[in-house]
Write a protein that binds this ligand. Sequence first.
Ligand SMILES: *Cc1c(COP(=O)(O)O)cnc(C)c1O
Length: 389
Amino acid sequence: MNNTSIRIPFVDLQLQHQPIQAQLQNAIQAVLEKGDFVLGQSLQDFEAAFAAASGTEYGVGVASGTDAITLGLQACNIEPGDEVILPANTFVATLIGVLRTGAKPVLVDCDERTALIDLQAAQKAITPKTKAIIPVHLYGQMVSPKQLLDFSNTYKLLIFEDAAQAHLAQREGYLAGSVGKAAAFSFYPSKNLGAFGDGGIVLTRDLDVAEKMSRLRNYGASQKYVHVEFGTNSRLDTLQAAVLLQKLPYLPSWNQQRLRIAQQYDTELAPLAPCGITPIENHSNQGHAYHLYVIRIDDSTSAIERQQLQEQLANMGIQTGIHYPIPCHLQPAFTNLGYKIGDFPHAEKLAQQILSLPMYPGLTNSQIQEVIAAIALNLRADQQKLLCI
Ligand SMILES: *Cc1c(COP(=O)(O)O)cnc(C)c1O
């Protein structure tokens, strides 16, 4: 670590909250006065509004994205004995959610251009016990809905979307959360739509799934003190829902800003492609929600290593991230699943190469230029003979 001051942070939430601060405070104040802190009116209002905005029917708010995955799968009747296919290169919460249901997670590799689940690999992983597939709309880009629906129709599998990074993302005319049987979202503060703490939601157009979800998050109760399922306590606080309800109308414009920032990064990065610096590919045009803007540093063509570049950027006051440095199958907690190095070569390669650049509404053109210039400068310093910059 060093003590350089941060000039360009990785995310800056103040920029989105400050302009609407009075509105947010009023919404919080209204809940304080009403006092309906658990399962209150703002929760119902937000659940309906977010489901409608996402092109589906029902929303059931829960305490986190992780719980949305766990309880959402359970509401879709995923249980011990079932197998669930998911990508190896997701945030570990996707895997945790599957394991918490008691079902067996079956990891598969990704497409190295998009970092999205490879459906051919998924097809090879199907067994008679396979019940569901979890497409993770990673970095804000949806897995192709058409291919997913074809896949699920052909193999009679349930689709459960992990849309934790893809609020209002679109592809092929579908909105994230409207493709599968159900979908999980997270409202962790730095997500495209973030609460003032933890939160999550399950969306579905299936009334049975929605009703089971409502019971599972509320001690399995069908009515007060009558418990018909083995549920838990996982509700989205009314206070958080009130905040999210105020923020939701701004989400389309925030996503638009993310898209513009990504487009500028694309343009400014293009000259660095011969040096092995390329963005993760966008195959969904304007529909990419760009939760993260991720580049690859290909060691075989690049004059610089990823770690070295990240450190040099940090020394220049530019914060970056890695999403994620260790794929799920190589995490120490999950060695019992029996995977080893080499099982998912694309996921492993990306884990070595990827770097997430600063991305948030409010990031300015000149800051973007500064980030790219800093990357180019480090390349040049590292290997003078590179002619490509
Ligand atoms: C953030 C995230 C989650 C977990 O959400 P939490 O609210 O942090 O529990 C799950 N899956 C993906 C892909 C995520 O990015």
